[in-house]
Write a protein that binds this ligand. Structure first.
Ligand code: 5GP
Length: 234
């Protein structure tokens, strides 16, 4: 399937229509932004890594019965996906305290949580994606009861599958962000699963192998993304 009109350009991806209205192509860019695009840069090769890593993880999830928007890889930077009506919600799952949770609750990064924490954030860059709860989501009509239940249950399932997958590769899955959407009355996982959207720490050394290297100016960014590609795709 070929790219037709570009319908969206985000911080890290472009999305194109195809000749079939139910399918889109998402193209992964090397552009990196953080803190609601107040920090900008380029991570060479990031688009290729995120495309291939996402494809591998979507295939893994599909093989375990978790439905996603992924159809197939088209090239180094492009994947064919099902068109979703994306919910204006981000679902975050946390296994270890870091980032937003450390800041919000005044906790040290690295505390292993007794059980996974699920958070919802309202997708609104101008407000820095504020934390919301199920009442906000229902009251604002961002998703129905059923859709929310499915997204919540799938998110915990995805966590179990990914935690196990990364553990076998000597990586601790600290936290990650998911986006879900509607496709023909089904709730599917969308967006991407990559070092841009997950915190991935090398087991033992706790070396950060994700976008925090960019956010926090830690250097070795390209190498970290390549390391994840190597460990995920082999
Ligand atoms: P935090 O809430 O701690 O900033 O982020 C939690 C996890 O979700 C991290 O793995 C982070 O990469 C991911 N995440 C949350 N919001 C966003 C977002 O707007 N963009 C990206 N790329 N990742 C996000």
């Amino acid at each position: 399937m070929e790219k037709r009109k570009q319908i969206y350009e985000g911080k890290a991806k472009k999305v194109y229509e195809t000749d079939n209205k139910d399918f889109l192509i998402q193209e992964f860019k090397d552009d990196a932004t953080a803190f609601d695009a107040t920090k900008r840069g380029t991570i060479i090769g990031k688009g290729v890594v995120n495309n291939k890593v996402s494809a591998e993880l979507f295939e893994l999830l599909e093989s375990k019965g978790v439905e996603t928007h992924f159809v197939k890889l088209l090239s180094d930077r492009d994947m064919l996906i099902k068109r979703l009506d994306i919910f204006l919600i981000e679902v975050t799952i946390r296994n270890i305290v870091a980032g937003g949770m450390a800041k919000l609750l005044g906790l040290e990064e690295g505390i292993v949580l007794k059980e996974p924490v699920l958070e919802y954030h309202y997708k609104k860059d101008k407000l820095h994606d504020p934390l919301i709860n199920e009442y906000h989501i229902k009251a604002l009509g961002l998703a129905t009861d059923d859709e929310l239940r499915i997204a919540r249950e799938r998110s915990f399932e995805i966590n179990n599958i990914l935690k196990d997958f990364f553990k076998k590769r000597s990586i601790d899955l600290v936290d990650f962000k998911l986006e879900f959407g509607r496709h023909k009355d089904k709730v599917l996982l969308g967006d991407e699963i990559s070092p841009d959207t997950c915190r991935l720490w090398e087991h033992g050394t706790k070396k950060k192998l994700d976008k925090d290297r960019f956010r926090r100016d830690l250097g070795g960014i390209e190498e970290a993304y390549q390391e994840i590609l190597k460990r995920v795709v082999g």
